[in-house]
Structures are given as structure tokens and as C-alpha cells.
Design a protein around this ligand. Structure first.
Ligand code: C2E
Ligand code: CA
Ligand code: CA
Length: 586
């Protein structure tokens, strides 16, 4: 190896070639570049490796010959990119002139391909410039990716982890606790009087409250603890190594004290209160969803004035008094027995030609006083009650029964049924679903279960097992409300998912919001590469529909296509729709 200097050492180039004449020639050409360049030479693979692996070794560009005495120069590419510098431009310089060789070298991660015969000072100088530009581009891309990942995992106002990252950490803590028994506690914090502050003193005051509290919590907790903002005025904390309800209570009181210290803003002193709910692992089990909802329930108890902080009791005592939903649950239990729950059907269509792809079944219930209970309200109550299992199987049974009666008139359209995340924990879930599918004589390939993205993130292990079992039995699985957590991109590769539904909130803002458009755009690319159909839900108008189609998202569902309708209307609707759309398209 030898060093050649040329003025100020700005660019550091490595030439790997076993032919002394060729190496010399290239080095001389590099030295004639207008940029100051320092050239390092290696005459074998072994020597190159030794140089590359030196501590703090760094090259701005590498020129690599293929046929070296001790091996193929191309073998160095993964070493350079993997061990030393992922953004290092590598230029192939060989005696080969074959197009195929050129293509293969680009594929192997090289940035450029030069043949020895065509080398000239101008060509070499140009490739140095291109290499520098390539590195800059790669670095920008990496920064953008990091930025996007950070943004997708943090709350923009306080920079605390958001719900997605919190759920991820909670999942890890549960897995760790299961392996090693390390205890921890989940704390849910809800601010009291926050809305009043926002309403009377403005959003700036509200933001000041949130950022101050975020800063205090972060400053007072250990590095290993996670403080997250889940949304609005809701925070959550993961406390490592907390065991016993006394320790939990002490920590909880400390947190209440932190939140309730007065906050000075704009010449005023603001006071907010806090309600806290604490759930401990392993006391309450190892399920992230179970712990979260136990902490949530405890927090609501605290809100009702049972204490500023409430530590959830062990599971035997839980669910005994589902707060102020008791009356509703009794009525709901009766509705299940009397089979008075209804499901409305909302079509999902191919927005290019109007082909009906499927129907989503959405629960509808009027309590005995005739009040229509919003579906999400109902589901939240059911999920926190012992009725969940009965409700779920009743919904699958009812909807499949209805589907079986009209399936022959629906072409290939599928039926989609929403499933609560907590059902994943129930043993025999998949077997029961499959038994119901068989009992109603429905082709499992025409049945899709919808599961929210958060369910996957909260409990990836369990989700994976269930999804694989469903896949083996040919039942489809759709990821609902997708987009809240970019982290599940990784999961998508691993899971046998049959559909992704972009969250309604993105579609609502879609026509105006560039960020949402770029999200949809990347989802289209990602889903295409994974071969998973992408569905937009909440499509309310023609403009959104057209933009989605032009971006490559073809399947859609929403008021702008058709509102959810009673089961009895489905058959006539299909007839009318096909008459208007399919025939006219043909
Ligand atoms: P989801 O699964 O995201 O269902 C879509 C919701 O969006 C439905 O609300 C639907 O009526 C509504 N929607 C459809 N198109 C549009 C549109 O263009 N604009 C707007 N703004 N909304 C639209 P719904 O029926 O109130 O259901 C709310 C949530 O309740 C559902 O959200 C689902 O998570 C849950 N849910 C509904 N039925 C069931 C069920 O039988 N079982 C379970 N586990 N969950 C259910
Ligand atoms: Ca759904
Ligand atoms: Ca949805």
C-alpha cells in the first residue's frame, strides 16, 4: 500500500486492483481531478480488507477490480457496506465489457461500472463527482427515514413517545416479564380541568400545560422508564422494577404531585389535577391489552373520585363492577339472548369499475328506551366486560348466517367481520370461527376478519399465531385502521395479511393534505411489493375517490360510495348497483 498526496486531502479514494499498471494509471487520472484527492492502493482482496477494517478507516469512494489474485473484488461490497460505511460509493473498474456483468455489479450494490478500456481522466473525474452526489443522496434519504420514523413514534408537541411506541415498549416489557419475572407497572394519567384551561385561556396555555407536565415527568423518572403521551390530555408511564401495591401507590402519589404543581404561563398560574390508574405485571398477567385496560379502568375509578390514584386489583376482582356501564351491559346481555342486535352492511368496491368486492358488517343496537348506541361505544363496553366472547361468536354466527343466504347472488364478494383484539387471547378462537364458517356452508376464502393495527402492535406474538392459523384455514385477515403506527411495516412482511385498510382519518384529510397523500402513496408501493390489497375507508366524495385511484389505491369503502344499510337492503342494492355500474362499464 502506498499513499499519494495531492494538495489538501479532501477526498479519500481507495483503488483495489492486482494489476500494477492499471492501478497506477487510475491513480494518475484521479490525481488530475480538479478536487484534491488522496489515493490509497491495495493490490489484493486481503490487503483491501486489512485497510478497510482499520479502526476509523473511511473512504469517500472505492474503485474495485473484479478479478483479483486472491478472489473476486465484488466480495468486498457487502463488507464495505455492511461493516464500514453503508453509503460508500463503489465503482467497478474491470476488463469486462459485458452488459450483464455491468447489471450484476450494480445489483450487487456498486454504484457505477467502468471498463478499463474506456477510462479517461474526464470519465474518472465524473465518477468521483457522481459518487459524492450519491453519498449525499443516501445520507439525505437516511436522515429522512430516521426523521419519519421518529415522527411516527413521537408526539410532535412534547416529543414524548406516542401511543404506538408506548405499546411497543409495553409489549417488550410483557415479554421480558414473562421470561425473567421482572415486575413493572403501567400507569395511565388523565388530566383534570385541562379542557377548561384550553377553553378559557387558549391553546397556547393548553400546550404549555402539556409540555411542562411532559418535561417534569421525564425529568423525575429514570432512563429505563417510558413516559408517553397517548393523545389529548392522556399520558402513560411504564415503570420498571415496581412490585407490590405499596410501591406502586408511592410512585403514583409522586406522579400526581408532579402533575399538580402549579404551572406558570403568560403571567398566570395554572392548576391542573390528575387521575391515575395503575396496573402491575405480573400481578395482573402478561397481556399488554389486559394491563392497559386494567390501568384504564382504575383510572376511570380515580376520575369518579375514588382517589386521585387507584391501583387495579388482581384479576379475580376485576370486571365485577364495570363502572357506569353496568346498566347497559345488563340490557346488552338481554339483547344477546333475544337476538335483537342487528348488523348493517357496507359495501367495498373497486373504484375503477364498480365491482363489488365485499361487505363489512357493522353492529347496530337500540337500547330498550329506543336510543341508538354508537357502535364504537358499544364495542368499548363489550370489550371490558365478560360478554365479549358471547358477543363475538354471536356476531360471527349472525353475519355468516345472513351471508350464506345471499352469497350466490354476490359474485365473489366477501363478508368482513370486525374482531376485538382481546379475542386473540381466547383459546380455541380460530377453531370456533372455522366451525361457524363450516356450519353455515360458507367458503372460508370469502370470509375476512378485521383486526385493528394496534392489536397487532400490542401483541405481535399472539397476533402472529392467530393470523397464521387463520391463513392455514383460508380465512382472510384485514388490518383495520392502518396508519397510526408505521412500525407495523415490519410486521406486514412477516404476517399473512390479506388486506390493509387505511385509517379513515387519513382519507378524510386526504384531498388537502400532502402528508396523507404521500402516506397513501408509499402504502400503495409497499402493498404492491408485498402483494397485499389496499383499501381506503371513509371515502366520502368523488374527488377523494379519483385521487385514490390515480395513486393506485383501487378498493374503497365509504359514505361517498354507499352508507351501511340494513341486511334486507343488500340484495336489492346489489342488483341496482350492478345494473348502473357493471353494465355501463361493459
Ligand atoms: P371500523 O371498523 O373502522 O368501521 C368503519 C366505521 O366507519 C363504521 O362506523 C362506519 O359506519 C363508518 N363509516 C363508513 N364509511 C364512512 C365515511 O365515509 N365517513 C365516515 N365518517 N364514517 C364512515 P360504526 O358502524 O359506527 O363502527 C365504529 C367502529 O365500531 C368500527 O370501526 C369497529 O371498530 C367497531 N365495530 C362495529 N361493529 C362491530 C362488530 O360487530 N364487532 C366489533 N368487534 N367491532 C365493531
Ligand atoms: Ca372495520
Ligand atoms: Ca376502520
Amino acid at each position: 500500500m502506498e499513499y499519494r498526496r495531492n494538495g489538501n486531502t479532501e477526498i479519500l479514494a481507495l483503488i483495489v486492483d492486482d494489476d500494477d499498471v492499471d492501478r497506477e494509471r487510475l491513480a494518475r487520472m484521479l490525481e488530475r481531478c480538479s478536487r484534491p484527492i488522496q489515493v490509497v492502493e491495495a493490490s489484493s482482496q486481503a490487503e483491501a480488507l486489512e485497510i478497510i477494517r482499520r479502526p476509523a478507516s473511511h473512504f469517500d469512494i472505492v474503485f474495485l477490480d473484479f478479478g483479483l489474485e486472491d478472489g473476486d473484488g465484488r466480495d468486498l461490497v457487502p463488507t464495505i457496506h455492511g461493516e464500514v460505511d453503508p453509503d460508500c460509493p463503489i465503482v467497478a473498474v474491470t476488463g469486462f465489457t459485458d452488459e450483464l456483468v455491468a447489471a450484476a455489479s450494480i445489483k450487487s450494490g456498486m454504484t457505477e461500472f467502468l471498463t478499463k478500456r474506456s477510462l479517461s481522466p474526464e470519465r474518472v473525474a465524473a465518477s468521483v463527482e457522481e459518487g459524492i452526489a450519491w453519498r449525499r443522496y443516501r445520507e439525505e434519504l437516511r436522515r429522512a427515514e430516521e426523521e419519519l420514523t421518529h415522527r411516527s413514534l413521537h408526539d410532535p408537541l412534547t416529543d414524548l413517545p406516542n401511543r404506538t411506541l408506548f405499546l411497543d415498549r409495553l409489549g417488550q416489557a410483557c415479554a421480558r416479564a414473562r421470561r425473567s419475572g421482572d415486575p413493572f407497572a403501567v400507569v395511565m394519567i388523565d388530566l383534570d380541568r385541562f379542557k377548561e384551561i384550553n377553553d378559557s385561556f387558549g391553546h397556547a396555555a393548553g400546550d404549555a400545560v402539556l409540555t411542562t407536565i411532559a418535561r417534569r415527568l421525564r425529568a423525575q423518572l429514570r432512563e429505563v422508564d417510558t413516559v408517553a403521551r397517548l393523545g389529548g390530555d392522556e399520558f402513560a408511564v411504564l415503570l420498571q422494577n415496581i412490585s407490590g401495591s405499596e410501591a406502586a401507590m408511592t410512585m403514583a402519589s409522586k406522579l400526581v404531585g408532579l402533575v399538580e404543581q402549579p404551572i406558570a404561563h403568560d403571567g398566570r398560574v395554572l392548576h391542573v389535577g390528575a387521575s391515575l390508574g395503575v396496573a402491575q405485571c405480573p400481578l395482573l398477567g402478561f397481556s399488554p391489552a389486559g394491563l392497559l385496560s386494567a390501568a384504564d379502568d382504575a383510572m376511570y375509578e380515580a376520575k369518579r373520585g375514588i382517589g386521585k390514584a387507584v391501583v387495579a386489583r388482581s384479576s379475580g376482582q376485576r370486571h365485577s363492577t364495570p363502572f357506569d356501564r353496568t346498566g347497559m351491559l345488563v340490557e346488552l346481555e338481554e339483547a344477546l339472548e333475544d337476538r335483537t342486535l342487528r348488523w348493517h352492511w357496507q359495501p367495498k368496491v373497486d373504484m375503477r369499475d364498480g365491482r363489488v368486492l365485499g361487505f363489512e358488517a357493522l353492529v347496530r343496537w337500540c337500547d330498550p328506551r329506543g336510543n341508538a348506541i354508537p357502535a364504537d361505544h358499544l364495542i368499548k363496553a363489550v370489550e371490558q366486560s365478560p360478554l365479549l366472547e358471547a358477543f363475538t361468536y354471536h356476531s360471527i354466527d349472525t353475519v355468516l348466517g345472513q351471508f350464506s343466504r345471499i352469497q350466490d347472488e354476490l359474485g365473489n364478494a366477501a363478508v368482513c367481520i370486525n374482531i376485538s383484539a382481546r379475542m386473540l387471547e381466547r383459546s380455541g378462537f380460530v377453531d370456533k370461527v372455522v366451525a361457524l364458517v363450516e356450519r353455515h356452508g360458507v367458503d372460508p376464502a370469502r370470509v375476512t376478519l378485521e383486526l385493528t393495527e394496534t392489536a397487532l402492535i400490542a401483541n405481535p406474538g399472539q397476533a402472529r399465531r392467530v393470523i397464521e392459523q387463520l391463513h392455514d384455514r383460508r380465512v382472510g385477515l384485514s388490518i383495520d385502521d392502518f396508519g397510526a403506527g408505521f412500525t407495523s411495516f415490519g410486521y406486514l412482511r412477516e404476517f399473512a395479511v390479506s388486506e390493509i385498510k387505511i385509517d379513515r382519518s387519513y382519507i378524510r384529510r386526504f384531498a388537502e393534505n400532502r402528508f396523507d397523500q404521500s402516506l397513501v402513496n408509499s402504502l400503495v408501493v409497499l402493498c404492491e411489493s408485498l402483494g397485499i390489497p389496499l383499501v381506503a375507508e371513509g371515502v366520502e366524495d368523488a374527488r377523494t375517490r379519483e385521487m385514490l385511484v390515480s395513486l393506485g389505491c383501487h378498493a374503497g369503502q365509504g359514505y361517498g360510495i354507499c352508507r351501511p344499510m340494513p341486511y334486507e337492503d343488500v340484495r336489492p342494492w346489489v342488483e341496482g348497483w350492478n345494473r348502473d355500474h357493471i353494465r355501463s362499464a361493459a
